[in-house]
Design a protein around this ligand. Sequence first.
Ligand SMILES: [Zn+2]
Length: 182
Amino acid sequence: MADNMQRSIRLLQDPLKFMRIRADCNRMHTFGRVRHGGTRVHQGWDLEAKVNTPIYAVSDGTIDYASSVDAGDYGKQIRLKFYYGPKTYYAFYAHLSHVSVKQGDEVKQGDEIGRTGKTGNASNLAASEEHLHFEIRTEPTPGLGLGGRVDPATMFAGRAPCSPRYEQGGALGAKQEAVINF
Ligand SMILES: [Zn+2]
């Protein structure tokens, strides 16, 4: 039997200990054409997180970019380059209050790399709206729209942060193995 491109790979670690889409799992805070009646996109997940909540490396990898400057829409931010099966991806964490890593750092899956916050265009949000903006990218600096990004749900082996399983305890993917078809 020829190689059917099945490989055993380590699933991703959740970026937060408690994973839930903000605003009571409102679909507009998931990935896709989910805003303004489908005319505008959201490029990742907005996950509930009080300011100063630890964030974790979703995989072993290299810090591709890190900024402790509160500027632009994303504010303080971290981009982690990692391999998933045969491909390179970038996990992107935005609106942070604290960045614990610098460009070029090697990290291990599950390492704490910073803390959530309200920087960038999240600065005026109410306490009830505090969140982590989290993306999975296929290129480091994609433009507007959905190009250069994938739905995080596809990278977390079908787990979604509004499912009952998540509410029972987070971090289900850590240190598990799975067979994924590429
Ligand atoms: Zn967002």
